[in-house]
Design a protein. Structure first.
Length: 217
């Protein structure tokens, strides 16, 4: 049996960035990690799904447009990838005192498969917490922008999830904002419609006071 994980036993924070595809999460994670290292943090970066051999294999299945799967199957594959990521990367990093910064985490499933996909968001959250043995980010920064703008910012061919209709992606955006309103202590919303530099400045403002509560060398 996997032991429950009490994040408060760690002396390092766990952060994630989330939002619509095209919101700039990968760029902003990179910029934020660079800044955090300048502030003296040892930073472990990861992406969810993915980040491990098992997770990368599952990611390829999840995003493959040729795959047809139920929303339940999709949710469970995301959870399997995350369980491996927590066990192999995130938990050891936190226990070593490293700040962890993840490109997406469990909020994405609460929104994409819950609010937008028709599953019960609370059941999805419960399943996600089971997969992580209770671990969730201390703070989530949601990069918010209109779905039409997000679509224009995507690069490359749309994957299986990105290819869903406009109504679905509108529900995704709405889901993120609903969750942020319900959990203001854990979720901060940042307007991602400005330049990458301005968005990064807003993200740093959102996380600065929070991370400074944790001791670091």
């Amino acid at each position: 049996m996997r032991r429950p994980y009490n994040l408060r036993m760690s002396r390092a924070p766990f952060l994630s960035l989330d939002g619509l595809d095209g919101a700039g999460k990968s760029t902003q994670c990179r910029l934020l990690a660079e800044w955090l290292r300048e502030q003296g943090w040892n930073v472990t970066q990861c992406a969810d799904p993915g980040g491990t051999v098992v997770g990368q294999s599952l990611r390829q299945i999840l995003l493959d447009k040729s795959q047809r799967m139920s929303m339940t199957a999709e949710t469970l594959l995301f959870m399997a990838s995350r369980a491996q990521l927590v066990d192999e990367i995130i938990r050891p990093s936190l226990e070593a005192g490293n700040l962890v910064l993840s490109d997406r985490f469990l909020l994405a499933n609460v929104v994409y498969q819950g609010h937008a996909g028709g599953m019960d968001p609370e059941k999805v959250r419960d399943l996600a917490l089971f997969a992580t043995a209770g671990l969730e980010p201390d703070l989530v920064v949601v990069l918010d922008l209109p779905k039409d703008l997000a679509k224009t910012r995507r690069t490359g061919k749309a994957d299986r999830v990105e290819s869903r209709d406009e109504t679905y992606h509108e529900r995704v955006r709405s889901g993120f904002l609903i969750e942020a309103k319900q959990r203001p202590d854990r979720i901060r919303v940042v307007d991602a419609s400005a330049s990458a530099e301005e968005v990064q400045s807003r993200i740093r403002e959102a996380v600065r006071d929070f991370v400074n509560r944790f001791p670091h060398s």
